[in-house]
Design a protein around this ligand. Sequence first.
Ligand SMILES: Cc1cc2nc3c(=O)[nH]c(=O)nc-3n(C[C@H](O)[C@H](O)[C@H](O)COP(=O)(O)O)c2cc1C
Length: 237
Amino acid sequence: MDEFKTGLPADRQRTGAVKTPAVCSSNTQEKMYRRYLILRGDIVDCNEEDGQKTARYSENKPQGKTMKTLVTWSSKTGNTKSVGEAIGAVCPPETTLCPIEEAPAGGGEYDFLIIGYWVDKGVPDAKCKEYLKKIRGKKIAFFGTLGAYPDSDHARECMRKAEDMARDNEVCGHFLCQGKIDPELLEMMAKMPNNPHPMTKERKARIEEAKKHPNEDDFNAARQYFESVFDKMKHQG
Ligand SMILES: Cc1cc2nc3c(=O)[nH]c(=O)nc-3n(C[C@H](O)[C@H](O)[C@H](O)COP(=O)(O)O)c2cc1C
């Protein structure tokens, strides 16, 4: 817990405790978290002078009820998990982060579910699909990783299918990035006598590119994307 002294006039001064989420393991993440609080309207600004951390609280927004948020993911080889953890750094402080196996059925008491999947044969993976079956009437957003380019028709089709699986909910956002493909799968496919995905120059380049993802640029893009999702929600009230 960091104690902040407010910069408001004496009669409106108050000290507040700002809880830094557990996922903020670096200074950069902590700075991003503060930026998020500013964006959300909890604090107006935040300085560090003479070793003294100072925050000015918004007069319009006393620390009210925050949206209970869950970030959960299905991840076989870790790509989607790492994107979920990056997103966690810009979520409200009380946000729960967990693998989908540990997420409450039906989304429990969470108001906003941020759900991660990996693409398996053109659709969100089976665990995510199963989890979505019991989710109704929630605000949700998706994030996902796949071997294909995120701006490809294949990716757009995967997004459409995911959103279709969640049609009884309000889908507030969807973020995709590439993720390295399990080398065992590639090896197995290469050995298949009737490989449905024969190796072409274009496919080889895509697989090579996927090997570099998700990377810091993807994590930053995911954080920025979800900052804007939260910002939009804040303005919608
Ligand atoms: C069995 C299998 C099927 C896959 N099918 C697709 C697919 O249809 N389209 C695609 O773009 N990527 C596909 N991929 C690649 C994964 O979606 C990608 O590597 C993802 O980042 C894995 O996420 P994870 O590390 O969180 O498990 C597949 C990977 C595996 C292992």
